[in-house]
Design a binder for this molecule. Structure first.
Ligand SMILES: Cc1cc2nc3c(=O)[nH]c(=O)nc-3n(C[C@H](O)[C@H](O)[C@H](O)COP(=O)(O)OP(=O)(O)OC[C@H]3O[C@@H](n4cnc5c(N)ncnc54)[C@H](O)[C@@H]3O)c2cc1C
Length: 376
């Protein structure tokens, strides 16, 4: 799927659109709208794109020799599958361009050291060299859109803008348009772009979207039921391989839900061997306020029990707290919209609690907006 072939010059007038959140849903929406010629400005709280598909760089802290080495962990989304036609086409394109690769695992269902075949026979993909590759690719495409225009003067596409470190504050209506204000997460200074926006797309977990909507928005009632559960992600790196017969395991009879050998994913460093351990949402919620040492201690014990093996001392271990990690009961609506006030809400929780759901929701949000613009 090339950018040029997607350019739609038939859409109506160009709208100014603010998209809050540069995870997969926000970036997918931004790409579609930019290709249709809308004037898109993304605002992202962090210093980079990817949201829950991010990876994290950790510095082992034992010994001067090791201090220079850093290890990467894919501590959020672990892999993705493609079931719909649209996402399958996108994944095919990413695979052809070396953005994603199949992860062969192997995958198992694991009960106290006993491995069984996993449920289903999904093909599982990961971004390479990290999960964030997908969102970085979309960002690059969005930035390239302007150069497409130069090559093809008839094309209506335009490049999107993105502001990082922008923690967006509750939205304000000004002269029938939207004012976006944000706190710069590095300087703490509150800022706002000079322009007002015709539309706002909130590509965010539902509790955050709720907190940004004006109190009288009819969307608040609609999205309140769609909560996301937390996930306490523990990362461990070992100097020698644990030599376990799987790359990813769905853990049974345990506080752990999932464990994976991050180093078994394609294009990752093999040493140190990096492991990701995800407890269940319920356990994460119950232990959310516990100390890092207490959480790591319990997860470490559960890991040993799950693999029926005493672990060597990890070279490195750390905890990451994902607050709005996994939708508990996703909506089936694709996205939510208030076409009167021109707000659209997108995110995995609108469609499906997965990477594919975030992509489809971003696409759906862009389509709803452009359909509405075409009617005007
Ligand atoms: C631990 C974990 C494991 C997972 N495992 C899998 C898996 O194996 N397979 C799978 O398919 N899916 C998995 N998922 C789910 C997958 O990661 C999500 O479905 C997908 O990444 C959601 O994308 P999104 O764009 O909807 O939301 P997000 O990725 O959450 O994007 C929202 C963005 O908004 C930004 N933001 C938040 N507040 C503000 C603000 N006020 N102002 C500006 N920006 C803001 C955030 O920084 C973020 O970048 C997992 C998720 C987690 C956390």
């Amino acid at each position: 799927m090339s950018i040029e072939s997607e350019i739609d010059t038939t859409s109506g007038r160009a709208e100014r659109v603010a998209i809050i959140g540069a995870g997969l849903a926000g970036l997918t929406c931004a790409r579609e709208l930019s290709l249709q010629g809308h004037d898109v400005h993304l605002f992202e709280k962090r210093e980079t794109v990817s949201g829950r598909m991010a990876r994290i760089r950790m510095q082992p802290d034992r010994g001067a020799k090791q201090a220079a080495e850093s290890v990467w962990f894919d501590h959020g989304a672990q892999y993705f599958t493609a079931r719909s036609v649209e996402f399958s086409q996108q994944v095919h394109d990413w695979e052809n361009r070396g953005v994603v690769q199949q992860w062969l695992g192997p995958f198992v269902k694991l009960t106290n050291g006993v491995c069984e075949p996993p449920p289903g026979n999904d093909v599982r993909y990961v971004g390479v060299p990290g999960m964030d590759a997908i969102c970085s690719d979309l960002l690059q495409q969005i930035c390239k859109v302007r150069s497409c225009k130069a090559e093809n003067p008839n094309a209506a596409s335009r490049a999107a803008k993105i502001t990082f470190c922008a923690n967006v504050l509750p939205l304000q209506r000004v002269a029938q348009r939207w004012q976006v204000r944000y706190e710069n997460t590095q300087s703490g200074v509150t800022a706002q772009p000079a322009e007002l926006f015709d539309w706002v797309v909130l590509a965010l977990p539902s509790p955050i979207a709720q907190s940004l909507l004006p109190g009288d928005s009819p969307l608040i009632q609609q999205i309140v039921p769609f909560k996301l559960g937390p996930c306490l992600a523990v990362m461990m790196a070992f100097d020698r391989s644990l030599s376990l017969p799987f790359g990813g395991a769905f853990v049974q009879n345990s506080l752990l839900r999932w464990i994976s050998n991050n180093s078994s994913m394609p294009q990752r460093k093999k040493t140190p061997e990096c492991w990701i351990l995800h407890p269940s949402s319920e356990w994460s919620a119950e232990h959310w306020n516990a100390s890092e040492a207490a959480i790591i201690g319990q997860v470490h014990a559960a890991f040993e029990k799950a693999i029926a093996m005493v672990l060597p001392e990890p070279r490195y271990q750390a905890l990451f707290r994902w607050e709005n990690a996994l939708p508990l009961q996703p909506a089936a609506s694709g996205c939510f919209s208030d076409l009167h006030q021109r707000v659209i809400i997108a995110g995995d929780w609108c469609t499906d609690a997965r990477v594919e759901g975030a992509f489809l929701s971003g696409l759906q949000a862009a389509r709803r907006l452009s359909e509405e613009v075409m009617k005007q």
